[in-house]
Design a protein around this ligand. Sequence first.
Ligand SMILES: [Zn+2]
Length: 157
Amino acid sequence: MYLGTEYKNSELFLLGFDRLVGTPWTSIENAHRNFMGDDVSTTLVYVKALLDEQCRIVAAEPPAMQHTSSCRDCEGCAEDWRAIWWNGMGRLLLDARNPQPFEEAFQCFQCLEFGRVGEDCKRGMLTHVMAINVPALHAQNFIDNVCGRLIKKLKLQ
Ligand SMILES: [Zn+2]
């Protein structure tokens, strides 16, 4: 990001900003925060906070099961769906040591054992999850847009 600012290179700046979004705030040294300046560090804090909040909402709120007509055990199906969501998406998204971005977490989630979840219910829910989690899927667009505004504000183009 330093090189991006120093040489007014917006692509380098975007790469640096993107990397910092994925870096825990406590791992960013004070000297680096001072170096970023108030505009960048404040924006970074807000972006990270919004993405973290979105991530916790997705992880902790299993989408309500929408059964299909072929479902034979609706109660067991819904119960296992909630358990698998929490133990799958919840754990993958919120893992403190190795948190996964939504797309990667969802790919792993689809490969898990779904217990009593009916095959058609599972297929329908996986499609439904993609439809209702558009914000999580577009996190990169959000970062790019915010960073684009910063680039204009800092006149890096
Ligand atoms: Zn079902």
